[in-house]
Structure formats: structure tokens, C-alpha cells
Design a binder for this molecule. Structure first.
Ligand SMILES: Cc1cc2nc3c(=O)[nH]c(=O)nc-3n(C[C@H](O)[C@H](O)[C@H](O)COP(=O)(O)OP(=O)(O)OC[C@H]3O[C@@H](n4cnc5c(N)ncnc54)[C@H](O)[C@@H]3O)c2cc1C
Length: 326
């Protein structure tokens, strides 16, 4: 079996950036993606608008043209898809990496479809697969979701949105504007400070005027088929409820990283260990790229600031490949 130079696990924006860089450097590479191209973005809300302007989401300075300065999700799908197709990147879609085992010379990568032998692996699996659960009775009911797609679904319904960051606030506003009766359940005393600067005044004003009811310093106690019970500073409140959107963030797959032998910090940040210049983890030949590098600090790395990982990683890998050949 032919030994590849590098496998990139994850075909998100950063996995694609890594694939493009490997392609340009003439490396023998494959990107393995368990869903469609940029699977996470494909599952973002249908009307979502990035907080970054389009040039900040560009890979390798390939122009990203969008109608407004800040692109919409569909424009990003178009952009990243065109990078894959026009560069004929080697990407295997709907193929999941199940295990990676360190071998004498590199790694054995087992997917749902193949076994590969490879010298280097880049983990660019992001954080969007595992939602932070709220761990209350009723969370498993069908009416509860940790992902939001389209406001139309909630028109005329009593909707509770749990969370105070961008995803929760965008969903609350959109659904209110499409005719849902929205209650926001916020653990802290205010709407999150990282909410997009042009959206924050909008939600604050909707709350002030009473269009959206906000429960601050409140947590969910229980969800039933007809109600949601909330712990507030004035005691438990029962609200009539049809749907719950628990948009409380997402977590990288730490189990997967640990299975690979990547050391995580002991504190609650669970930061993976890697070299800041090369992005190589404590496991030789295993690299980390993109949002996964931030551990629990999922806001630390995003497309804008992690697209540089691709060049850092491939520069190091090509040096290793050349040294082996000489
Ligand atoms: C609503 C929202 C808005 C955002 N807006 C912005 C913004 O404006 N600007 C910005 O810079 N960032 C933004 N971000 C963050 C940004 O989307 C992420 O940082 C970015 O997607 C990270 O790219 P990535 O390639 O590291 O991970 P991801 O895009 O999550 O890609 C990881 C990929 O790995 C795949 N995968 C996972 N496990 C496996 C496996 N075992 N085998 C094979 N494939 C696997 C997944 O299917 C996925 O496609 C936003 C995020 C959200 C949720």
C-alpha cells in the first residue's frame, strides 16, 4: 500500500486550507471529511451572517466575493466548495476517521471505508459535533434541539432559547421576527458581551420593549412536553412551551484527542499541547489546526486567525519529507 505524506482529518475551512497548502507543496495528501464539504458550515443556521468580512475568511488570498461586506453562510459554502473543486483537492467525503494508531513509520488511519498508511496527520475536526448539554430532565425530548436552522419552523410557537451568545441571540431575534413567542433564558446578568456589536443593541431593545422576554440569572430546571421550568432569583417559574433551543456552545472531541495521545492541560481549559511555531502536538507527526487548538476556549481560534495554521504545518511537513528523501 502506498504511504501518503499527510492525511488531514476534517474538511472544514481549515482542513481545506491545509489540503490546498499540501497540494501546492506537491505533497501526497488526502483530506478525509465525515460529511459534505465544510460540514459544520453546512449545518449553521440557514440565514447566518459571519461576523468576519469576507477577505478575513479567504484561504491563500483567493478572493472571496460577497454581496455584503460580511458574507452569508451560502456564500461561504460556495467559496470553500469552489476552492475544493477548482483546485481538484483530494478530499474523501462522507468518510469518518474512526481511529489513528501510531506505527513504526507514521500512522495507520482507519476510516469507515479504508485503512491508510501515512507519515503525518493533521487533526482539523473543529468543535461543532458535540453540543454542551444543559443536563436537565427532559433534554432528550424531541422538541429540544442544540442546533438551530430556520425560523419558519417556530412561527406561532412558544419558543424558549437558552444561552446569551451569538447563536442564541441570532436565533431569538430571527424567530421573534417570524412570529414565534420567544423567551430567553440567560444564566448571567446580561446578554453576552461577545454578541456581534450591531446585533447587541437590537436584542437589548427588543427585551426592553417586551417583544422578547428575558430571564436573567436563570437556569433551566426541567423540560416537559408542555412546559419549561426555570430557576430564577424569585423562585421556580413554569412557562408554557412548544420548543426549546439550547444554544449553549459546543466542545471539541477531547476523547478523540486523548485516544491519539495528545496531552490536554489539567485545568478546565483542556488546552491540547502543541508547538506554537509548527502546530505539531506532543505526538511526533501529529498536528493540530483550527478551532480544536483552543480546547474549551472555543472562541479563541476561528477561521480568521487559524487559517495561518495551514502554512505553518505544511512548511514543517515538507521539511521532514525532504530530509527523509535525502
Ligand atoms: C454560528 C457561527 C458563526 C461563526 N462566525 C464566524 C466568523 O464570522 N468568522 C470566523 O472566523 N469564524 C466564525 N465562526 C467559527 C468558525 O466557523 C470555526 O472556527 C471554523 O468552522 C473552524 O474551522 P475548522 O476547519 O477548524 O472546523 P470545522 O469547520 O468545524 O470543521 C471540522 C470538520 O471536521 C469534520 N470531522 C469531525 N470529526 C471527523 C472525523 N472523525 N472524521 C472525518 N471528519 C471529521 C467535521 O464534519 C467538520 O466538517 C463561527 C462559528 C459559528 C458556530
Amino acid at each position: 500500500m502506498e504511504q501518503l505524506d499527510v492525511i488531514i482529518v476534517g474538511g472544514g475551512p481549515i482542513g481545506i486550507a491545509c489540503g490546498l497548502e499540501a497540494h501546492k507543496k506537491g505533497l501526497n495528501y488526502v483530506i478525509i471529511e465525515k460529511g459534505p464539504i465544510v460540514n459544520s458550515l453546512f449545518h449553521y443556521p440557514a440565514n447566518m451572517q459571519f461576523f468576519s468580512s469576507s477577505e478575513k475568511l479567504e484561504i491563500d488570498e483567493i478572493p472571496f466575493i460577497s454581496t455584503e461586506a460580511k458574507p452569508k453562510r451560502d456564500e461561504a459554502l460556495e467559496y470553500y466548495r469552489r476552492i475544493v473543486t477548482s483546485n481538484k483537492l483530494h478530499i474523501r467525503l462522507f468518510e469518518k476517521v474512526e481511529s489513528i494508531i501510531k506505527a513504526d513509520q507514521g500512522f495507520q488511519v482507519q476510516t469507515t471505508k479504508h485503512r491508510y498508511t501515512v507519515s503525518n496527520v493533521v487533526i482539523a475536526t473543529g468543535f461543532y459535533d458535540i453540543p454542551n448539554t444543559i443536563n436537565v430532565p427532559g433534554e432528550a425530548l424531541e422538541k429540544v434541539s442544540h442546533y438551530y436552522n430556520n425560523p419558519h419552523y417556530y412561527a406561532g410557537q412558544k419558543l424558549a432559547v437558552v444561552g446569551a451568545s451569538n447563536s442564541a441571540i441570532d436565533a431569538a431575534l430571527e424567530c421573534y421576527r417570524k412570529g414565534a413567542e420567544v423567551s430567553l433564558i440567560i444564566r448571567g446578568p446580561e446578554v453576552g458581551q461577545r454578541v456581534k456589536y450591531w446585533v447587541r443593541p437590537d436584542i437589548i431593545n427588543r427585551i426592553k420593549e417586551g417583544s422578547i422576554k428575558a430571564y436573567y440569572n436563570s437556569t433551566v430546571k426541567e423540560i416537559t412536553q408542555e412546559e419549561i421550568l426555570i430557576n430564577t432569583s424569585e423562585g421556580t417559574i413554569n412557562l408554557e412551551n412548544d420548543f426549546v433551543l439550547a444554544l449553549t456552545g459546543y466542545t471539541p472531541n477531547f476523547k478523540f484527542l486523548q485516544h491519539l495521545g495528545v496531552t490536554l492541560s489539567d485545568d478546565k481549559k483542556r488546552l491540547p499541547q502543541y508547538n506554537l511555531e509548527t502546530m505539531e502536538s506532543n505526538v511526533a507527526g501529529l498536528y493540530l489546526a483550527g478551532v480544536i487548538c483552543g480546547g474549551m476556549e472555543t472562541h479563541k481560534w476561528f477561521i480568521e486567525n487559524s487559517r495561518v495554521h495551514a502554512k505553518m504545518i505544511m512548511k514543517n511537513i515538507i521539511t521532514g519529507v525532504k530530509n527523509t528523501k535525502n
